[in-house]
Write a protein that binds this ligand. Structure first.
Ligand code: 5GP
Length: 223
């Protein structure tokens, strides 16, 4: 079995994990989640739909699917969204189908969503959800990061800082909390969480059939 517990060995299969990462904007969550997708196999990023305007660095279909309010309402009312929420005055939601397909195929799915969405996922699929909250090292650093990013206007930055306090208040609802002082260290911790949760699930759900096979094999070669 590979050290990360991923199901590459045929005999061991497991249902995918829903790894949720939340934080106030600017705490480094996007860098952490993108790095995880680049470095880890067997995990797919859930691409949300949003009604917020696209930022210059964003690609439609990669970072988000940018849709109109009307399109959002149709998806929501048809049950096509696994969860949805209003954040900073814009609507965001997770399309249901790609997530269900990935989980059924045994792939893990990574979600960059807020506390409202995390709650809804817990209500719908508690056993599959593992949640991580990323905190900035300080208020001053959070502001500096949003300004360095230079993707939002000054009034939007102020709005995001005001909302940060509300988002941060929900940290106790999460399974893990990371204070992102150093990106490399935080990334290693996030990767360790994924590894441990994968191993936990392999052992709990699927080890029995693997051990049965192992015992059959031992009986055969000792008969
Ligand atoms: P941003 O506009 O900075 O990309 O995202 C604003 C906030 O919305 C972030 O906290 C992000 O995690 C959250 N968000 C993004 N997509 C979704 C989604 O599909 N559902 C929910 N509930 N929140 C989302």
């Amino acid at each position: 079995m590979p050290a990360d517990g991923a199901s590459t060995q045929g005999a061991i299969a497991r249902r995918g994990i829903m790894l949720v990462v939340s934080s106030p904007s600017g705490a480094g969550k996007t860098t952490l989640t993108r790095t995880l997708i680049d470095e880890e196999e067997h995990i797919t990023l859930s691409v949300s739909v949003t009604t917020r305007p696209r930022r210059p660095s964003e690609i439609d279909g990669v970072h988000y699917r940018f849709i109109t309010k009307r399109q959002f309402e149709i998806m929501r009312d048809s049950g096509d969204l696994l969860e949805h929420a209003e954040v900073h005055g814009n609507c965001y939601g997770t399309p249901r189908e790609p997530v269900e397909q990935a989980l059924a195929a045994g792939r893990d799915v990574l979600f960059d969503i807020d506390w409202q969405g995390t709650r809804q996922l817990y209500e719908a699929m508690r056993d599959d959800v593992v949640s991580v909250f990323v905190l900035p090292p300080s208020a001053a650093e959070l502001k500096a990061r949003l300004e360095r990013r230079a993707e939002d206007s000054e009034d939007i930055i102020v709005k995001r800082l005001r909302n940060a306090a509300e988002e941060i208040a929900h940290w106790p609802e999460y399974d893990y909390v990371l204070v992102n002082r150093d990106l490399d260290k935080s990334f290693k911790r996030l990767q360790s969480i994924l590894t441990a949760e994968r191993l936990k699930r392999v052992h709990r759900a699927d080890m029995e059939s693997f051990v049965d096979g192992l015992l059959d094999g031992l009986r055969e070669i000792t008969a």
